[in-house]
Design a binder for this molecule. Sequence first.
Ligand SMILES: Nc1nc2c(c(=O)[nH]1)N[C@H]1C(S)=C(S)[C@@H](COP(=O)(O)O)O[C@H]1N2
Ligand SMILES: [Mo]
Length: 300
Amino acid sequence: MPARDITPRAAWLNRRALVAGMAALAAAPGGPARAGLSLPGAAPWPASTDEAHTPFEVATNYNNFFEFGTAKEDPAAHAHHLRPTPWSVAITGAVERPRTLGIEDILTRHPLEERVYRLRCVEGWSMVIPWVGFPLHLMLAEAGLTSRARYVEFHTLHDPEQMPNQTSGILDWPYREGLRIDEAMHPLTLMAVGMYGEVLPNQSGAPIRLVVPWKYGFKSIKSVVRIDVRETRPVSSWEERQPREYGFFANVNPTVRHPRWHQATERRLPDGGRIRTEMFNGYAEEVAHLYAGMDLTENF
Ligand SMILES: Nc1nc2c(c(=O)[nH]1)N[C@H]1C(S)=C(S)[C@@H](COP(=O)(O)O)O[C@H]1N2
Ligand SMILES: [Mo]
């Protein structure tokens, strides 16, 4: 029996009903979680991992989203301040057709797929999450890359009223991340608009986030409002904060230590059993060629 079937379909559907009920409660006066967005159907992606999905409750109650606090439970507790509608994403810089797209438009513009990816945090834990989304390359191709397009920089919303911990100095807000253009155009690089068959919960990066499954989780920037195509390499927020610990590439690599801990194994949530960390988080066949000839210890 494939591990993913450990959660029987009926129980999973019940849980979805429960979660929908919770969302309805939250939508009562005062708490506008998941306001008004509905997700078109998503086609299953054939290359999904068949590892057991991390339960929805775990994936949405153990989060890194420093805009809402630094403890794992802070995003679930405080992300109701975020208003995922109205929302728009600006595509700027080295593109033929710069544009600002409303989230409803984004949701229906590209066919959605359900892709089950591993997510490996640089802190040493991992999950398996069924995302719903579309490859970023579709969005970039539509905007039309110019010959100056060498990198992409992503920005999270900057609004301390919606993201209360942006009053702290833990990072230089807004949260920013970047990819090389070939990484951004890679077919595995996903813009996620949902998970577990539903629109993204606020704490997971509503209404739209990046997911780059072969890189440490901090590259997968949440609640994106701007995608800026550039000629020069951007500096990511974590790289800016601590360049010796968080590199620009941040490819999952069991042989390259974080200065304060090894990366050879990971704690797979929820059980916490330790498993071996795979090169490029198990996506080496798809992405290793992007880094041919590069010293991955130096370019960590
Ligand atoms: N804007 C923003 N994006 C973010 C973060 C954050 O603090 N702010 N945390 C990152 C980190 S460290 C990880 S591991 C993943 C966690 O995603 P999850 O909470 O959905 O598991 O989001 C990433 N994206
Ligand atoms: Mo992370």
